[in-house]
Ligand binder design. Structure first.
Ligand code: NAD
Length: 432
């Protein structure tokens, strides 16, 4: 087990201007710098925020079902906990790297701060193709990973959640392994658990619900209301399908939804309830709708609202000029590259950023943690009411910055986040 906090692995480097290859860490540092130019913040605080507080690298040996032993590498990056315990996803994916975990942990710090949730940012995972593991192997891997991370996670220190390749069952095993070693049941050590062991109702739907709420507020702000507003959604998974269905229910006309194979398109509107989401029937979207179009075409449809909710880096310098939507609301993490952002701004297309729009996930995770430490479950309607109230609060804070500083929605969200984090650092000071 090696602690590599602020070692050579996190050295500064010139954030590349390269469009789609921009890493999460490059993006996180670029946004930090941009927000800092708008605020009068002690430069020493910015210097600290460019680095994670700690990166834990662990070795996770796994006995495979055939009796052989394979050794995997896992990470947990913890960026900044000035406002509360670290919080962030735990992914099982062959592409997990230390640098990616650091970058994504920084994004989580901004996301929690813009929502005014008393958590800091973390991210972690194991470099493994989870599809090649049996359920029993995944359970053993998770229990061992929980044990390797035991010193740095906990309900008041760092609270993991599901991410790529992990789910509520993974969280249940992690929670069980941690609790067994602690000698008491500790549901607050992870979020995204099944409700039967302290998970929250509404957690799965929350990121899509927050995207829909932000679309509703943005449409009102730009004075076109939701009724009859046309919407295109890239990615009909957890985020995209929940957002599309809610917007459909609230009166919008969802004209296109897609999966990795392409998009179902109907200019008169798709009945989104009849299209199976990724979880209900993977990659079946193109069998629905009057017409099938490509994912690239979906991004450039002449619609009121475009919601990229599939993967990162889909709006780039190559296609940003062709975007005809009046408004982009980011459902996925990082769907717009920095260069695309600049082009969309020049073309007068507002982009509501991921750290605000899809923050319903971490917000309901916070509610789950509150329920766990208070040993009191909330009803679904209470979760949804409180989520709406938190989203409206964050929306209003960001909107105020947009109006006061005449800046983009993304810059405004980072300004709100950074000023909260910087104020907390200022108040606490640097010890020793
Ligand atoms: P998911 O796996 O449930 O669904 C992803 C969807 O995107 C599927 O329909 C898939 O077919 C489609 N897709 C995959 N690659 C594509 C491509 N290249 N082009 C077009 N479509 C493609 O995933 P999800 O949980 O909905 O997550 C989507 C995005 O939202 C990710 O960026 C994720 O990090 C982000 N996000 C997820 C959550 C969450 O809790 N689920 C929270 C916040 C942010």
């Amino acid at each position: 087990m090696a602690n590599t906090a602020n070692s050579g692995t996190t050295t500064e480097r010139d954030e590349s201007n390269d469009d789609v290859s921009e890493s999460a860490l490059d993006t996180a540092r670029r946004q930090l710098n941009r927000a800092a130019t708008h605020l009068d913040i002690d430069p020493n605080i910015i210097k600290r925020l460019r680095h994670p507080a700690r990166v834990q690298r662990v070795t996770v040996p796994l006995k495979r079902d055939d009796g052989s032993v394979e050794v995997f590498t896992g990470y947990r990056a913890q960026h900044d906990d000035v406002r509360g315990p670290y919080k962030g996803g735990m992914r099982y994916h062959p592409g997990v790297t230390e640098e990616e975990c650091i970058g994504l942990s920084m994004w989580m710090t901004w996301k929690c701060a813009v929502m005014d949730i008393p958590f800091g940012g973390a991210k972690g995972g194991v470099v493994v193709n989870s599809k090649q593991l049996s359920s029993a192997e995944t359970e053993r891997l998770t229990r061992r990973f929980a044990q390797e991370l035991r010193e740095v996670v906990g309900p008041t220190t760092d609270i993991p959640a599901p991410d790529m390749g992990t789910d509520s069952q993974t969280m249940a095993w992690f929670m069980d392994a941690y609790s067994m070693q602690e000698g008491e049941t500790q549901p607050g050590v992870v979020t995204g658990k099944p409700p039967v062991i302290g998970g929250s109702f509404g957690r799965e739907e929350a990121p899509g619900r927050s995207v829909a709420l932000i679309v509703r507020e943005a449409c009102e702000y730009y004075e076109y209301g939701l009724d009859g507003t046309t919407v295109a959604v890239q990615g009909f998974g957890s985020v995209g399908a929940n957002a599309a269905r809610l917007l459909d229910e609230w009166g919008a006309t969802v004209v296109a939804v897609s999966d990795v194979n392409g998009a179902a398109y109907n200019p008169d509107g798709i009945d989104t309830e009849t299209v199976p989401s990724h979880e209900e029937e993977p990659e079946a979207v193109t069998q629905y709708g009057d017409e099938t179009i490509g994912n690239e075409e979906l991004l450039t449809l002449d619609v009121d609202v475009l919601i990229p909710a599939a993967v990162g880096n889909v709006l780039t310098q190559m296609n940003a000029d062709d975007v005809q939507a009046n408004l982009v609301v980011e459902g996925a993490n990082g769907p717009t590259t920095s260069m695309a952002d600049t082009i969309l701004e020049e073309n007068g297309i507002p982009v509501i950023p991921d750290i605000l729009a899809n923050a319903g996930g971490v917000t309901v995770s916070y509610f789950e943690w509150l329920q766990d430490i208070n040993r009191r479950q909330w009803s679904l309607s209470r979760v949804n009411d409180e989520l709406e109230s938190e989203m409206l609060g964050a929306w209003n804070d960001v909107r105020a910055e947009v109006e006061d500083r005449d800046t983009t929605w993304r810059d405004a969200a980072y300004i709100v986040a950074l000023s909260r984090i910087a104020d907390a650092h200022e108040a606490r000071g640097l010890w020793p």
